[in-house]
Design a binder for this molecule. Structure first.
Ligand SMILES: [Zn+2]
Length: 306
């Protein structure tokens, strides 16, 4: 399996347009060891010909241009056979609307995520210019689904949605009741090699099901949003705690780094890293703590071969 991290930042990216926290300032000024990051997404393929996007981020157009394997091979064409959504947050799905231009697409998502994006949203009509412009393929919890190319043939990858703690997207709070389908980890299995990638950029806390799927993975792209629960308040960037926003902080006794440190047979890479997270500073003690656990911080363009 081929994996390319297209974007490693959380919603807003690094730096964020309306933020001058110490980290965003350092990125702009070039005063510390830190690099810019676009919003979380990755491209995966079994054969290097048909590709799938994990999320369609608001940065999708530049992310496609950043990776030659995603470039069209003819006047109207795309090697992107489909897009997989692990939740309905805008940073996961806003880019779908940028993939219009009458290109047939397949979108794989749970029914709750599909409903949240489509129902009552007139912008979706830009993806409905002709019948079946977008095929919405349901990911039922725990059911392995074959990822197919435009010709309908299996591409060599299968995906399973595993419910993980999360939340209804902010724009749907009060409009759609919470469901186990709101937020999932995507377990992607390569048929030929048997290798398994887990994409879990939003995880509000541990469960036995999450731990089981992580333990059998060869590579995990995991939620690196926040280092601490009160990081936004400490940075002056907001009031809400990490857990209220659907993210399990990395640091501290009950942090996710403690679990990730146990998965020694698995390549563990943090994605969806928020611009307030000190782990982004390559010379920070938090980055050193992650490295001591064998946990990497993704950068845009990172290539993995689970
Ligand atoms: Zn910032």
């Amino acid at each position: 399996m081929l994996v390319r991290v297209l974007g490693s930042g959380a919603g807003g990216g690094v730096p964020q347009w309306n933020c001058a926290c110490r980290i965003c300032r350092a990125v702009r000024a070039g005063t510390r060891a830190i690099i810019p990051r676009s919003q979380a997404s990755a491209a995966i393929s079994s054969d290097g010909v048909s590709w799938f996007l994990l999320h369609a981020s608001p940065d999708v157009r530049l992310q496609i241009e950043s990776f030659h394997s995603l470039h069209p091979r003819a006047t109207r064409d795309s090697p992107i056979a489909g897009i997989l959504l692990s939740n309905g947050d805008l940073d996961a799905c806003l880019g779908l609307l940028s993939l219009r231009e009458s290109q047939p697409l397949s979108v794989y998502a749970t029914s709750a995520v599909t409903r949240g994006f489509r129902d009552g949203n007139p912008l979706v009509r830009t993806l409905e210019r002709f019948p079946d412009q977008v095929q919405w393929i349901e990911l039922g919890l725990g059911a392995e689904v074959t990822l197919r190319g435009g010709d309908g043939r299996p591409t060599g990858l299968d995906v399973t949605a595993v419910a993980v703690p999360g939340k209804v997207p902010l724009h749907l709070v009060g409009r759609q009741p919470p469901s186990d389908e709101d937020n999932v980890a995507l377990r992607v299995r390569d048929r030929a090699s048997g290798r398994v990638l887990v994409w879990a950029p939003s995880v509000a806390g541990p469960t036995p099901a999450l731990e089981a799927v992580l333990r059998e993975a060869d590579c995990v792209l995991f939620d690196g949003t926040f280092w601490s629960s009160d990081e936004l308040a400490e940075s002056g960037a907001g009031e809400r705690r990490a857990e209220e926003m659907g993210h399990w902080p990395l640091g501290g006794a009950g942090g996710s780094l403690a679990l990730l440190s146990q998965l020694t047979g698995t390549r563990r890479v943090l994605v969806h890293v928020n611009n307030t997270n000190p782990i982004l500073l390559e010379d920070s003690p938090e980055r050193a703590a992650a490295a001591a656990c064998g946990v990497e911080v993704a950068h845009d363009g990172l290539e993995l071969e689970p």
